[in-house]
Design a protein around this ligand. Structure first.
Ligand code: URP
Ligand code: ZN
Ligand code: ZN
Length: 484
């Protein structure tokens, strides 16, 4: 069965042109003028772009005594509705659990996915078993990224020595470490102090995680990675202090990447001052929303290229789940949704305001992360042979975001009431037309696991440089005899 997308403007990270696309067997078969196929999709007036890739989701994730509510079915349905055609989730071993067991658990959950997916493996504890299994994960299981939490003390957090050991192992394996960068020791002390002072509401979540906590940890993670000789990817970069550490490191030749979230770009800390406890608690996530100064820094980073990717960290909890933290903000499950809204919100607040070009939009929602995760040009590209993960984007289509019409299974939306202009007309996942003018035609179980090989270019370049500049013993002639 073939499909032709006709009459649109193809936009990729580095070019814009008028052409049709012919899709056969889930792949792009031809790009050019006057193409025809079995089914024709009219893209007149639309941009035809690589589908979005969200590299940061937590679907059905066990966390803070509960599970995030969107699973691989509702989560990927929400993703497709908003123009995202691939998600990368986190396989999370519990303490002392085998990485391979955790991976099997995640494979069991993802069978219902509507679009393609991959995983990052989290390093939540350290030992010989983890060291050994990391090799199997990379060589046999198609996962080339390992996540490290510097926060969530007593739960997911790893210490510097564990992180350094794991980063060195990543360097050996050609893998990329990812880091949640917040100083977990300082956060724990600030939380205890705030609670002792009677500060128990959701706003105290933000007070306990100031930008300095994130800036310090981001810098530490980057320096540790550099000493381990491995590139590093900082997830949910939310503030100028963290961006500054990334920017400075990159200017010094260090290979590091930063990932702002759509929530941090478009929502601010005033949400936590809302008199409605539920409203504020629904927006509790780590790092918390920041102020305008930090938002401007993140936008500038996307423009300048010092930040490369916009993600969601989609980790959706219902209001009822959030209410576990009434009277103690440290028990509010951390996380917000955003999968369906990332692309429309970024288009509206980025492209429609002139902060991003259309090509930059494609780069930060799709192509850059496909390259960073080593799955380009299968994903993140409009090229012959690429998977037909395509969004036909209608810049004139508009709507007001509301939980009532969303695909996510939770009972609210942190973007409630925001008016977006720029939405998908069609969304194709490996050739399957799954969204048509807002109508959802997803197919449960259509999604496939995307295996990602270890890195070549950046890791090899870095290890070459590290080898050349490694400390070497100075050989000296005529050394005086010792102890004389
Ligand atoms: N971000 C957040 O608050 N929840 C999800 C887990 C994480 O990424 O830290
Ligand atoms: Zn995190
Ligand atoms: Zn996360």
């Amino acid at each position: 069965m073939s499909t032709a997308i006709k009459g649109g403007t193809i936009v990729t990270a580095d070019l814009t042109c008028q052409a049709d696309i012919l899709i056969e067997d889930g792949k792009i078969a031809e790009i050019g003028p006057n193409l025809g196929g079995g089914e024709t999709l009219d893209a007149t007036g639309c941009y035809v772009m690589p589908g979005g890739i969200d590299p940061h989701t937590h679907l059905e994730m066990p966390f803070m005594g509960t599970y995030s509510t969107d699973d691989f079915e509702s989560g990927t349905r929400a993703a497709l509705a908003g123009g995202t055609t691939m998600v990368v989730d986190f396989a999370l071993p519990s303490p002392n659990q085998s990485l391979l067991d955790a991976l099997s658990m995640w494979h069991n959950k993802s069978g219902r996915a509507n679009c393609d997916y991959s995983y990052h493996m989290a390093i939540t504890w350290w030992g010989e078993q983890v060291f050994n299994e990391m090799e199997t994960v990379v060589r046999d299981k198609g996962i080339n990224t390992f996540k490290h939490f510097m926060a969530y003390k007593g739960a997911l957090m790893v210490d510097d020595d564990e992180m350094f050991a794991s980063f060195q192992r990543c360097a050996e394996l050609g893998a990329l470490p990812l880091v949640h960068a917040e100083n977990g020791d300082v956060v724990a002390q600030l939380q205890a102090k705030l609670l002792a002072e009677g500060n128990d509401g959701p706003e105290a979540h933000a007070y306990s995680r100031p930008a300095e906590v994130e800036g310090e940890a981001t810098n530490r993670a980057i320096m540790i990675a550099d000493m381990a000789g491995v590139p590093v990817y900082i997830v949910h970069t939310s503030c100028e202090q963290a961006h500054e550490a990334i920017r400075r490191a990159r200017q010094n030749g260090i290979r590091c990447y930063g990932e702002p979230l759509i929530q941090h770009l478009t929502l601010d800390e005033s949400e936590y001052a809302n008199p409605d406890w539920d409203h504020a608690a629904r927006r509790v996530m780590s790092p918390p929303f920041r102020n305008r100064k930090h938002q401007d820094s993140l936008w500038a980073g996307l423009q300048a290229g010092s930040l490369q990717v916009v993600a969601t960290d989609h980790c959706a909890f219902t209001t009822e789940q959030k209410r576990t933290g009434v009277g103690d903000f440290t028990r509010i499950p951390n996380g917000t949704g955003g999968l369906e809204d990332r692309m429309p919100m970024l288009w509206t607040c980025g492209v429609n305001t002139g902060r991003l070009t259309v090509n930059e939009f494609v780069a930060v929602t799709s192509t850059n992360i496909a390259k960073i995760l080593n799955m380009y040009p299968r994903k993140g590209a409009i090229l012959v042979g690429s998977d037909a993960d395509i969004v036909v984007w209608d810049p004139a289509r508009e709507r007001t975001i509301t939980a009532q019409t969303q695909q996510s299974a939770i009972d609210y939306n942190v973007f409630e009431g925001k008016h977006v202009k720029g939405l998908p007309r069609y969304v194709l996942t490996r050739g399957l037309v799954s969204i048509v003018d807002g109508e959802v035609k997803t197919r449960e179980g259509h999604g496939e696991f995307v295996a990602r090989a270890p890195f070549q270019a950046v890791n090899r370049a870095l290890s070459q440089w590290k080898e050349i500049t490694a400390p070497r013993k100075v050989e000296r002639a005529g050394i005086p005899a010792s102890g004389v």
